[in-house]
Design a protein around this ligand. Sequence first.
Ligand code: RP5
Length: 163
Amino acid sequence: MSTPFVAILMGSDSDLPVMQAAFDVLKALGVPFEAKISSAHRTPEQTHTYVKDAEARGCAAFICAAGMAAHLAGAVSANTLRPVIGVPINSSLDGLDALLSTVQMPGGIPVATVAIGKAGAKNAAYLAAQIIATSDDALFAKLKAERQANAEAVIAKDAQLQQ
Ligand code: RP5
């Protein structure tokens, strides 16, 4: 069986600085991923071919980042039954155009949409890792340990404030 991996698609290389946050999370967790620049509008055939190929090779989840009329996540979801996570990019109108374009999918073709920009990129990576962790106990344990460490950091900061 092939090792499950995450496929990260971006509509443009201008989305790369934001999506670096997702690369960093997946690298830190040791989750294999591929990153690809492929546009729903500028390279629709290449996007379709890549999604079909990635699915056949064991892609467990797709993360799709796009700005403006952000149709990439929807176009990917239309071509796979793997979970698709959409990251709206702030390229115009504070990213609200991209948020609405990504989130408003017709019934039966879901896109799990996260926040606009870097916060969304980060959570997209955690969500994809959590999807893989449903059948990977070691990754589940890693995610659990990180949550625990985050909780302890908050508790320690509060303890400092109380002194
Ligand atoms: C979208 O349009 C891309 O995802 C990007 O966020 C936005 C602008 O693209 P560029 O003009 O910078 O290539 O398709």
